[in-house]
Design a protein. Structure first.
Length: 451
């Protein structure tokens, strides 16, 4: 029936028919009352029926569309407030789900563009473990192994405190770099490659400095994959002497790796610029690292220096808490190397005393997209670290020290921390060390042990 039928035939309609017309939205209760033919008893009966229909309609309204229809039919119904709240809750939930969906889509796009945009915890939390599985399968890596990786725990050792602590006859290899420059990761890859493809023994000296730390670095890449370590603590400069030789080689080389705390560069910056940027809480630890550095630089051992420069930090214009860049710190270090004086106010030239070679190593060089990365790396260094490079080159030329630029990449990094090692770059550095450091004959070892 149409509305006019309800209005003209109200006396002939049953309460059920009227209630059906009202609940169906054809006619309203007030419109029927205005006809003057809607008797009191029938109104009461229709209200009773409408209440039941109200309750039944509310109970069955499980979609926003049904709930809105309820509000239209029962604008003063018994459940209006509840329905309005439910509609708002559903809309809030739908809006939240839409935001999450958009966020997931954005995240997936970013992951596909850059596999290191998010770590594994981010992906599992915002997506699911299955999504991480799919990503790993696409990359050809073991998803379960990735999930089981934990942050490596680096165990540190004591460092030399007096001159006699430093064993004689070793070539001391210095690894320089500001915090997060990649030198600890590079050391880990180098040690792991030595362990895999070469031979290494404990040093022939009384104090076995750095053995535990060295083993910690080796174990990061036990199966070709590793969970990259965090930055080295400011008081954790490490000195690691060991014997080193090629498989089948009769004689052994005496070598020590010295990883400098990156925080030492803050000290260089203070000295070079006559300013204080180290807080009192950290100053003692940083000065302790610097004292160890001075101790090793004074020794009569042969020396090789590797300066690590992070390609990403400079191209992304990264600054630290002091608002300073990698370039700022390296330029300060160059100034220190040029102008430093000892306690007797005599010039101290770190490359003058038995330095065989100086290397500038561009880490994360896989981020260089140009065809000839070696050329691009040199241009990058000249453009961003021109003053630092000039000081190093001048000092090396002055003292006839070999100077080289090298590229380095630890390997393919996934999800910010997981790395599949590429040993090519580590092997290149190791082979350079093999060529530069002369093995010690067995006769010299026997002479050492008999003395």
């Amino acid at each position: 029936m149409e509305k006019k039928d309800y209005l003209s035939k109200i006396e002939d309609l049953t309460s059920e028919q009227i209630a059906e017309g009202i609940s169906g939205g054809i006619v309203t209760f007030d419109e029927l009352k205005k006809t003057g033919e809607f008797g009191h008893d029938k109104q009461k009966s229709v209200n009773t029926l409408l209440k039941k229909i109200d309750d039944d309609t509310f109970a069955a309204a499980d979609t926003v569309s049904a709930m809105r229809k309820y509000l239209l039919v029962f604008p003063a119904g018994n459940h209006v407030i509840e329905v309005q709240e439910k509609i708002q809750q559903i809309q809030d939930k739908e809006n939240a789900e839409e935001r999450r969906r958009q966020e997931r889509e954005k995240m997936l796009r970013e992951i596909k563009e850059d596999i290191n945009e998010y770590d594994t915890d981010d992906i599992i939390r915002k997506f699911s473990s299955e999504v991480l599985d799919d990503l790993c399968n696409q990359l050809g890596i073991d998803a379960q192994m990735i999930k089981n990786y934990k942050e490596p725990v680096l165990k540190f050792n004591d460092i030399p405190k007096i001159e006699s602590d430093i064993p004689e006859g070793y070539t001391d290899v210095f690894f320089w770099g500001i915090p997060s420059s990649g030198k600890t990761c590079a050391l880990s890859a180098i040690f792991s490659t030595i362990k895999k493809d070469y031979s290494m023994e404990a040093p022939d000296c009384d104090k076995k400095f750095g053995a535990t730390y060295r083993d910690s670095l080796i174990n990061i890449f036990l199966n070709g994959y590793g969970y990259l370590p965090g930055r080295t603590n400011m008081d954790r400069t490490q000195y690691m002497p060991f014997l080193f030789y090629q498989r089948g080689e009769k004689n052994k080389r005496k070598i020590s790796f010295f990883e400098l705390s990156g925080e030492v560069f803050k000290y260089f910056y203070e000295v070079a610029n006559n300013i204080q940027i180290i807080n009192d809480f950290n100053r003692e630890d940083i000065e302790k690292s610097f004292q160890t550095l001075e101790l090793l630089l004074k020794s009569n051992n042969q020396k090789i220096h590797f300066f690590f420069i992070d390609y990403n930090q400079e191209t992304k214009h990264t600054t630290d808490i002091n608002g300073l860049t990698q370039s700022n710190y390296l330029e300060a270090a160059a100034t220190y190397f040029r102008d430093a004086k000892d306690k007797d106010n005599k010039p101290v030239d770190i490359f003058k005393k038995k330095t065989d070679a100086v290397y500038v190593v561009v880490t994360k060089s896989d981020e260089i997209r140009d065809h000839d990365r070696s050329v691009s790396a040199k241009l990058f260094l000249n453009d961003n670290f021109g003053s630092f490079m000039d000081v190093l080159k001048n000092q090396c030329n002055k003292h006839s020290v070999d100077f080289k630029v090298k590229l380095f990449s630890i390997g393919d990094v996934y999800f910010k921390k997981i790395c599949k090692i590429n040993r090519v770059y580590s092997t290149d550095i190791i082979n350079d060390l093999l060529k530069r450091i002369k093995p010690v004959s067995d006769n010299k070892y026997r002479k050492f042990f008999n003395s």
